[in-house]
Ligand binder design. Sequence first.
Ligand SMILES: Cc1ncc(C[n+]2csc(CCOP(=O)(O)OP(=O)(O)O)c2C)c(N)n1
Ligand SMILES: [Mg+2]
Length: 483
Amino acid sequence: MTLRGADLLARSLAAAGARYVFTLSGNHVMPVFDAVLEAKLPLIHVRHEAAAAHMADAWGRLTGQPGIALVTGGPGHANAVAALYTALAAESPMVLISGHAPLDELGKGAFQEMRQAELAAPLAKASWTAQSADSLGEDLVKAWRTACSGRPGPVHLSVPNDVLDAVSDCALPTGEDFRADRQRTTAPEALLKAKRPLIVAGPAAMREKLDCGIPVIGMESPRGVNDPSLGRLAGVLKKADVVLLAGKQRDFTLQFGKAFAEDCQVLAAEGLPSFFSIKPTSWYEEVHAALRYRPPEWQAIQSRNHPVAVCREVQKLLEAPDAVLVSDGGEFGQWAQACLSAPRRVINGPAGSIGSALPFAAAAKLAYPQARVVAMLGDGTFGFHMSEIDTAVRYGLDYLAVIGNDAAWNAEYQIQLRAYGAARAHGCELLPTRYGAAAAALGAHGEDVLTFDELKEALRRAAESGKPACVNVMIERVAAPKY
Ligand SMILES: Cc1ncc(C[n+]2csc(CCOP(=O)(O)OP(=O)(O)O)c2C)c(N)n1
Ligand SMILES: [Mg+2]
């Protein structure tokens, strides 16, 4: 069968099992927009290319299958590349496919000509430019498998216009060609014999559950051992006698190894060990109690526009067995992670890059249409991809976004207070904008909550609206939790 490169691309993605293409249109990729009609591959078209990449990232983390982002060449590619950093740090399987100036015009000043593969390379596991329609199927197999294999991560493929328009009679890859196996190794003897063993899992490893009688601690926060969702982790890390780092670097999050006692034996593996089971000891309970720890004085914080009180109301919405919590942003995001739990969680992750919450929530809703999806984000963070509310409205993605609005880039403001003093704090103020009204103008259900008593009803109305919803709550400008 003779097919255009664009058809080969679209049909290969369908054969791989891709469910959606997260995209923003542009001259270079219009052949693919045409080809997805036959391949029956739905497009989710967004308002900024970074949002498409963030959606592919969240899809990858939630489903384990690479999310696919498709953007146009040059500026579209450059916009999308910025979002790869978050996916790389979160070890998220995704493929960014970018249109590209035609091969036969390169070096001649082609429209939107750019050294795209080089631009994406530092932020991807692999990054290259397709050279012919005949090899496009192989390119896609390699991209997909690389994204999933070993430590997962983003992969970039640029596809020149003339490659998309060229015809080829090469065979399409099959679903089997795309399959990537993940291998585990056996647990090291020293870990099994230890008195106080710990497994510290990196972002990809922690998404694969292992319940084995040894505490498995997932680390995916830029705040490392001080991650507020991990309670008093720092104390138990110091007590451990043998630690297995499973797909986890001894990086800044572990204070480059100083988070462990000097005589602690630190072992490393690519990922989690294969299943084993030992009888949990009192150490297991001690570690879990430390992780659960939250200051008891928080219970006294009631009926105030404090993040703890806001989260207490939001937690009631997350009790559903399939709920997804998305958390992003500075201090408010840290409070959300400290106070909220849900069966599934997607956070901006070790990259510490803010702004991805709304695209993440949209992808979560596509991955789990029946699930309640709640995104917690700061007011500054909301501004990054506010226009994605429009995308959510167009596709009926009825997530609930809760904005903790302290009219500031508070995380940075807090740094100024600590480092330079209140008199020198500047450049981090925002306005107490009515983001609920803005969301309503974009077609969502919007609420602006100025006093705490209004919160409960506003959340109820939002959750029952059947629309994408945004509850903007004015909160006190407090520093992130510390234990
Ligand atoms: C892409 C990106 N830009 C800037 C920063 C620095 N930064 C981290 S938190 C933060 C403030 C976020 O403000 P907001 O979303 O309102 O949350 P708040 O801290 O006020 O609760 C900023 C600017 C970052 N981490 N990532
Ligand atoms: Mg703020």
